[in-house]
Design a protein around this ligand. Structure first.
Ligand code: SF4
Length: 438
């Protein structure tokens, strides 16, 4: 007999089928039509039936078998806190560049999770390597058409991929992709580029190989390797230099031109970090084709600048009261924000300063804003003797209001009772609105 998973119901929508049947938050969903539910994909699939027998375990231990007749697209109104119910598929690699392997001691456990689960890839867009899938997983992906998937390629050279992922099963990525593509599965892909490892001719080879699958590859992002200061006894890796970043930009631009001509459109994108490091102009918005790789830091700066350009014409020449703001950013974000801040400071009575916070927690080579800790921000605010209102980008905090070092926003606020902290989304119009109107 198949094992039944107990799926905790987090919430029940008011006026829904579930609410009418007295299903409550805290109850457990055991099965639908006798079928166990492995993940949210199973749930969504099973609830499309017109007739359902839903087994619920109440919090007092009673089991209710509920019969439901419904329309095909009618939702039950159940919400769950998780999307995987039969255990997370963990990564079986040990990549030379793995960020988790270089985490500072004491980092929150959830940030050290090495998941490599195709369900997360399909449902949430997290990257997988295809090295831990069993035949029945491949079969399910094809049968349920779980597409698009997000796949970390890194290289299509089998030997090099085995070396980079330190997994002897990693070499067959191209065959796996071809097989899935034959069943109509599409992919967003990424290459974490490491100097002297998978760059140069190896990058050419990977792009060339993926080009043969171009109808299935919806996007390919090339992102630079991220290195922390905790790399003792790890593979000898380094970051790209400015000159190397220039070469990568030129190489990718050549490919983009070629692919654009061959395929009638481009799908290869380079992370913003490469352009900023190389001090090369960022592509225009059209070049990002709807920004499919924003989460990967591809096109964020262009999008932000374009959002700002849209509100720029509406900016006043002056504001009534004098206002001073300090905008917290990482060292990479500074390059994107400088021109915006310079323009804002042309408004009479408005003063915006940048507080560029170095990342002492992960190390100075980690320059993205989203990985700044509360403690590093506190230290920098003290050093710079900041006054007035402080703008914090929302990405600094997780859903529980914690910085990456588990410091709470309230703890930061308590350190500086003379400062006002304001959270703002990573969006130029929200930022401008906060500075001008509030
Ligand atoms: S796939 Fe590689 S980079 Fe990702 S978690 Fe596993 S070891 Fe780390």
């Amino acid at each position: 007999m198949e094992k039944r998973n107990c799926i905790e119901i987090e919430a029940v929508s008011p006026n829904s089928i579930a609410a009418d049947l007295d299903i409550e938050s805290g109850d457990k969903l055991m099965s639908i039509n006798g079928m166990p539910i492995r993940d949210y994909i199973d749930y969504k699939f099973l609830v499309t039936d017109l007739y359902l027998e839903v087994l619920i375990k109440k919090s007092n231990g009673e089991e209710w078998l509920l019969e439901i007749e419904k329309d095909y697209d009618e939702d039950l109104g159940l919400e769950f806190s998780d999307i995987i119910y039969d255990g997370l598929k963990k990564c079986n690699n040990n990549c030379l560049f793995c960020f988790v392997n270089q985490s500072p001691p004491g980092l929150r456990r959830t940030l050290n999770l090495k998941d490599d689960d195709y369900r997360f890839s399909f449902l949430q867009g997290s990257y997988i390597t295809l090295t831990n899938l069993r035949a029945k997983d491949f079969e399910r992906i094809k049968r349920m058409h779980l597409s698009p998937l997000y796949i970390s390629i890194h290289t299509t050279n089998p030997k090099l991929r085995v070396k980079m992922l330190r997994n002897k099963k990693a070499g067959k990525v191209l065959d796996r992709l071809k097989d899935l593509a034959e069943f109509g599965i599409e992919f967003h892909t990424q290459i974490v580029l490491c100097p002297n490892l998978n760059d140069g001719e190896e990058l050419d080879r990977t792009v060339q190989d993926l080009d043969e699958l171009a109808s299935a590859v919806k996007s390919l992002a090339v992102v630079p390797v991220g290195l922390t200061k905790f790399r003792d006894e790890l593979y000898d890796l380094r970051s790209f230099t400015k000159d190397e970043a220039k070469q990568v930009v030129a190489q990718v631009e050549d490919w983009q031109q070629k692919l654009g001509q061959q395929q009638g459109g481009n799908y290869l994108y380079l992370a913003d970090e490469f352009y900023l490091l190389a001090e090369q102009p960022l592509p225009e918005a059209e070049a990002y084709d709807g920004f499919p790789q924003l989460e990967n830091g591809v096109g964020m700066v262009r999008l932000f600048w374009d959002q700002f350009a849209e509100v720029e014409d509406e900016l006043p020449d002056t504001i009534e009261e004098e206002k001073k703001f300090t905008l917290v950013t990482g060292e990479l974000g500074e390059k994107a924000l400088r021109p915006v801040v310079a323009r804002l400071n042309e408004i009479r009575n408005l003063l915006v300063e940048l507080l560029v916070v170095p990342n002492n927690f992960f190390g100075r080579e980690v320059t993205v804003t989203g990985l700044l800790t509360g403690k590093d921000i506190i230290k920098k605010i003290r050093e710079e003797e900041v006054t007035g209102r402080v703008i914090l980008p929302e990405i600094l905090l997780n859903d529980d209001g914690l910085f990456i070092d588990d410091l709470k926003l309230e703890e930061l606020e308590a350190e500086f009772d003379y400062l006002e902290f304001i959270l703002v989304a990573n969006n130029a119009s929200d930022l401008t609105n906060e500075l001008i109107n509030n």
